[in-house]
Write a protein that binds this ligand. Structure first.
Ligand SMILES: Nc1ncnc2c1ncn2[C@@H]1O[C@H](COP(=O)(O)OP(=O)(O)O)[C@@H](O)[C@H]1O
Ligand SMILES: [Mg+2]
Length: 467
């Protein structure tokens, strides 16, 4: 028998004789059930079971008592499948009222109304109970086989309904489960798509940097050599010229002391060659050339930093605060006429970094902030702080701000909006590379006409395998 099998029947009738009749019909003396068991054993090969009644029948002699039994059965999780209810019971609830109460507690219950006559018309009764599909009518006097077949059929119906509702629950549960899985899968997918997009963006950025880095490294390498001998030659030239100078002076004074025509001719030649001007201008030219080649050298150095070929630097634990202060000193002259400095520092722990490179980042940000100022004096605010395993530095200015369509280009190498000579467009891409090398992050917020804030986050401790 399946676990859903329910043979429990409740009979509610005020007449004890009716209970007797039902007992005889539904729970006859055993031979019948023994026969049935034997048949089942022959058909399905199961063991003949010990005798068992066809139905379990409980008796109640009034509506209230019937309801009590039904509630108790529900509490014990042994519900009735079927109730036979007498229509006319003189004391207490009549059949209709009893059935209403029974169904309030157990809507699954199949009900057979038994009656010879009723205080209602059948139409009235069906209208009142509104459950045509769970209600059968059995008119007295009834036939035994009629009762037995009703009981059999309705018990089966109860079981099928129960099974269907269980399966329905199971299906609903499965649908819920699947829906949740789909939701989860779609969320996962969305997250993956977002991550991919972000990674692609980073990849494009780092590829750009890498290819330009290689180019820059190559150029820097090629240029380094000529810069070396040009600046060394300029130094030597400067020395030679300094050696020659006293000689010219000596020639001049000896010539003048000669007097006469020789002296006049010498003076004439000297004027024709503009010797006085040359003597004055040559050292100036040498100095300018030295400065120029020094600047070229600086650009090459920037390019080398940018391409990260410079491996001289050492990772070390350093205090950023000191770095910030010394960097501010270096750029003080740039800031002096442009902006007031506001410092809003929290004490920072030492961090593991390449200090000179971090200084360079700060310098780039501060110089950019100063250069973003218009004719009016502005404010540059430096903030520092610690958050979890990171330190952060913010450089905020009240300058021009950055238009939205420019914002995504500012970290590109050689992107600049400044006139030639003022901007190389390398500052931010260099800074980006340095910050990434430290495993950190650089972000920018900007509002046109209001100002710009750059925020650099750096991990306190590096977990790199090799540098
Ligand atoms: N604080 C700032 N305010 C406004 N614009 C900025 C700021 N910082 C950077 N920019 C913009 O980003 C560009 C790139 O900056 P950067 O890489 O430092 O190169 P450069 O300063 O040589 O132009 C600048 O030309 C400028 O347009
Ligand atoms: Mg710059």
């Amino acid at each position: 028998m399946s676990e859903l099998s329910n043979r429990r029947i409740l009979l509610i009738d005020d007449m004890p004789s009716i209970h007797e009749d039902f007992r005889k019909i539904l729970m006859p003396a055993t031979p019948q059930s023994v026969e049935l068991d034997e048949m089942e054993a022959a058909l399905f090969g199961t063991q003949a079971r010990p005798e068992r009644p066809l139905f379990e029948l409980d008796s109640a002699y009034g509506g209230e008592e019937g309801l009590g039994k039904l509630i108790q059965a529900l509490q014990e999780q042994r519900p009735y499948a079927l109730a036979f209810v007498d229509m006319r019971m003189p004391d207490g609830w009549d059949g209709a009222k009893t059935i209403e109460h029974l169904w309030q507690h157990d809507p699954q219950l199949q009900v057979v109304v038994c009656t010879a006559y009723s205080d209602y018309s059948w139409d009235e009764l069906l209208d009142r109970l509104q459950a045509h599909d769970r209600l059968l009518i059995l008119k007295k006097p009834f036939d035994n086989i009629e009762v037995q077949q009703m009981a059999n059929t309705l018990l089966t119906k109860w079981q099928m309904t129960e099974r269907a509702s269980l399966q329905m629950h199971h299906l609903e549960h499965l649908v819920d489960q699947r829906t949740a899985q789909f939701k989860q899968a779609s969320q996962d997918l969305q997250r993956e798509i977002d991550e991919r997009k972000q990674l692609e963006g980073q990849l494009v950025q780092s590829e750009k940097l890498a290819s330009l880095g290689q180019l820059a490294a190559g150029v820097a390498h090629e240029i380094n050599n000529p810069i070396g001998f040009i600046s060394s030659n300029l130094g030597t030239l400067d020395g030679y010229f300094n050696q020659l100078r006293p000689l010219f002076d000596a020639y001049h004074s000896i010539g003048q002391s000669l007097g006469g025509e020789s002296a006049a001719r010498l003076q004439q030649q000297r004027e024709a060659a503009e010797l006085d001007f040359l003597l004055e201008d040559i050292p100036l030219l040498i100095r300018e050339s030295k400065e120029g080649i020094g600047r070229v050298g600086q650009i090459v150095k920037d390019l080398k930093d940018f391409s990260r070929v410079d491996t001289q630097q050492q990772w070390q634990w350093a205090n950023l605060q000191q770095g910030i202060e010394s960097t501010l000193n270096i750029v003080a002259s740039e800031l002096k006429y442009k902006a007031d400095l506001v410092k809003d520092y929290q004490p920072l722990p030492d961090i593991e970094c390449l200090p000179s490179q971090i200084n360079q980042v700060i310098m780039n940000l501060v110089v950019n902030a100063a250069q973003a100022m218009g004719p009016e004096r502005g404010t540059i605010t430096l903030r520092t702080g610690v958050e979890g395993d990171n330190v952060w530095i913010e450089v905020a200015d009240t300058g021009s701000g950055i238009p939205a369509d420019t914002l995504q280009k500012i970290f590109d190498p050689f992107f600049t909006t400044k006139p030639v000579g003022q901007g190389t467009g390398l500052g931010l891409s260099l800074s980006y590379g340095i910050v990434k090398k430290h495993g950190g992050d650089i972000q920018v917020r900007s509002e046109l006409g209001v100002g710009t804030t750059f925020r650099v986050e750096l991990p306190i401790r590096q977990n790199r395998l090799a540098v």
